[in-house]
Design a protein around this ligand. Structure first.
Ligand SMILES: Nc1ncnc2c1ncn2[C@@H]1O[C@H](COP(=O)(O)OP(=O)(O)OP(=O)(O)O)[C@@H](O)[C@H]1O
Length: 638
């Protein structure tokens, strides 16, 4: 046709090529195109290529030459007429002597090429995708009709090339996404608004032990136990209420999932919602946490063991209670007596008197001694942390709660918990503690699952708790529940010669640590120790001895300059009666409050009448009532 004597008319030629290529795509389309073009245009060879930009090469998608397909044809564009095609906007026509014009083309000569026609295939942005060209072994005139047909099919080839590129890109992306989804260690279950599974990943197949084909269409309800299903439905409706699609929610707490064989496993899950083609879908990311729970259990046991070991080590250091004074021996005897019972004990006394040692004595003399003694100083933590410290928390319960954590009550299961400085426990937690004491159960922070524990509670305080009850700062019901067995620990100044025994023991301990021979207390030292008031009690003595030994010279203990005159009662110390000390207004008020509280406690809060508190105090009941009001005494447990 590319001669003046055409084989077929333009329309017929067009019709033949359209018919030959219309019902095929991809590789088949290109093969059909080159074959039909060669036949209809009556030329020696036609080929369509894709351009490999990086290598500057052309790779034939289909090549029809001399009535045969040339397989796997790829070449460098340099020095070929195709190089000119790629740089040309329209058609590149070489009507004659193509071999002379392109002497470096490796193949033109061997094919006996004389003429050439080519057009670049481009995308919408003008980027070269490949080219379509034909060659003949006779000169090629410019025949507008034939050139038009050539151009039409070049556009069609470009569209097909582009479509194939997108298809390839899409397939690659899909493959990548599938690798990602199937490589995920979470089971991913997608379901529709009818709550039926639409697709799952490989991990879901393994986790649930359900084949992929059986998953599709399965009601989501079959994958959970009733409780967890309700949780899931609640999360679905939470997401449905949100306006934006592509939202996610973490499903609080643990879920129970059901495998194909009806066996269950514990899990955590996140739920997302999205829209595809107006259809709403949910994706559930399920993580089997059986192994993690096992590890946590092991960790918990290890923590318990560690807590016990710490206690043992600490007991070895501070185990023996030093002192012979009657006041101290009474406290120790009482501790040993109540130890075998499960009674709650309240140890009270000034700071540093050894309340911690008494608590340990109770534990180590009880049947719980092989189990942990877990301690928490309620004053050492900010109020907002104490709850989670005592009762634990679940993951996500509050900002920073990245993992679920056991509380001290769980750690102390079957053992003893020692709550030091109980008077500092925030009011809002006092009710929770009362519930553990009464029912042995609690919920960790952020969880609605009740935990049961068997823990003996020993508490200590250096405050007058009854006074705190009167001020409304400590629950009265909790006070009575804690104060089942009160053990008073005497201050050091009331223990007579114990101060010397303790000082000598601390000198020995300290000398051992410092690697020096123990120093002896001389009479001057002893006098100083006996006459000091010891507001910080045994702890203060311990510190003073240690400091004294460090700054001593010539092997003589240097105590005198460190000890202030015996007139500095601590803030918490109770004003002593029977002394000639002048009381401040505040101390007077405290004394009165305390006195009234004692009277009220003794009469079970009966104010008037013969057996009422007013009678005990020798004042009219109206006066007592107005003092109760004035002092702000509250009776919270009637
Ligand atoms: N009788 C004692 N014999 C030996 N060491 C003692 C004695 N009493 C107290 N200690 C030591 O004194 C220090 C303080 O004791 P502990 O912590 O038990 O006092 P505490 O009353 O609980 O104090 P706080 O009220 O401040 O908590 C500890 O190192 C303890 O080992």
């Amino acid at each position: 046709m590319l001669t003046k004597t055409p084989k077929l008319s333009g329309l017929l030629a067009l019709k033949k090529i359209v018919e030959g290529t219309s019902d095929c795509t991809g590789q088949r389309f290109f093969e059909s195109l080159v074959q039909n073009l060669s036949e209809v245009l009556d030329v020696y060879g036609v080929w369509v290529t894709e351009y490999l930009q990086k290598e500057n090469r052309l790779r034939a998608l289909a090549f029809w030459l001399d009535h045969n397909f040339v397989k796997e044809y790829e070449y460098d564009v340099r020095g070929t007429p195709c190089e000119r095609v790629l740089g040309t906007q329209g058609i590149c026509h070489i009507p004659d002597r193509v071999v002379e014009l392109f002497p470096n083309d490796p193949d033109l000569k061997s094919w006996g090429a004389v003429s050439y026609l080519g057009v670049a295939l481009k995308d919408m942005d003008g980027r070269v995708l490949g080219h379509l060209s034909l060659l003949d072994n006779k000169p090629m005139e410019e025949v507008p009709e034939a050139f038009a047909i050539f151009k039409i099919f070049a556009s069609r080839a470009a569209a097909e090339l582009l479509r194939l590129r997108y298809e390839k890109l899409l397939t690659e992306k899909e493959a990548k996404l599938n690798r990602l989804i199937n490589g995920a260690c979470e089971a991913i279950v997608e379901f529709n608004e009818q709550l039926e599974v639409s697709q799952v990943n490989q991990q879901a197949v393994e986790t649930y032990n359900i084949g992929k084909e059986n998953f599709t269409g399965k009601p989501i309800s079959e994958l959970f136990d009733e409780n967890s299903l309700q949780k899931l439905l609640r999360s679905v409706s939470v997401l449905e209420q949100q306006e934006n699609f592509l939202s996610s929610t973490w499903m609080q707490g643990q879920l129970t999932c059901v495998r194909a064989n009806r066996a269950t496993f514990p899990a955590e899950a996140t739920l997302s919602r999205y829209k595809v083609d107006r259809e709403v879908y949910f994706a559930l990311f399920v993580r089997d946490i059986k192994e993690r729970l096992k590890t946590q259990e092991k960790l918990k046991n290890l923590s318990v063991e560690a807590a016990m070991l710490r206690e043992k080590v600490s007991a070895r250091h501070n185990g023996c209670i030093i002192g012979n004074s009657t006041a101290l021996l009474e406290a120790v005897e009482l501790a040993e007596k109540v130890a075998p019972t499960n009674a709650t004990v309240l140890i009270y006394g000034e700071t540093g008197t050894g309340k911690g040692l008494i608590a340990r004595t109770i534990h180590t003399s009880s049947q719980r001694k092989e189990k942990p003694l877990v301690t928490l100083n309620c004053a050492a933590l900010p109020a907002e942390l104490i709850e989670s410290e005592l009762f634990g928390h679940v993951k996500g319960a509050f900002t920073g709660a990245a993992t679920t954590r056991e509380g001290r009550f769980s750690l102390a299961h079957n053992g003893t918990i020692f709550l030091d400085e109980i008077g500092e426990l925030p009011l809002q937690l006092q009710a929770k503690l009362l519930r553990v004491l009464q029912e042995g159960e609690f919920e960790p922070v952020g969880s609605c699952q009740t935990q049961k524990v068997n823990v003996r509670v020993v508490t200590a305080t250096n405050r007058d708790l009854l006074l705190e009850v009167g001020k409304g700062q400590f629950r009265e019901d909790l006070y009575y529940r804690l104060n089942v067995i009160p053990i008073p620990v005497p201050p050091l100044r009331k223990r007579g010669e114990d101060v010397i025994l303790l000082a000598e023991a601390f000198i020995r301990q300290c000398a051992k640590r410092m690697g020096i021979p123990p120093m002896l207390l001389n009479e001057k030292n002893k006098l100083a120790l006996r006459s000091y008031h010891w507001p910080g009690n045994v702890r203060e003595l311990q510190n003073i001895i240690e400091r004294g030994m460090i700054i001593s010279s010539d092997g003589k203990l240097n105590l005198i300059p460190l000890i202030a005159p015996a007139s500095h009662p601590t803030k918490h110390r109770q004003p002593e009666q029977g002394t000639d000390k002048i009381l401040t207004e505040e101390e007077m008020k405290e004394l009165e409050l305390k006195n009234i509280m004692r009277a009220l406690e003794k009469t079970h809060w009966k104010v008037s009448g013969k057996d009422g508190a007013a009678a005990l105090l020798h004042i009219p009941s109206t006066t007592l009532n107005s003092r109760i009001m004035k002092l702000g005494i509250k009776h919270t447990y009637r």
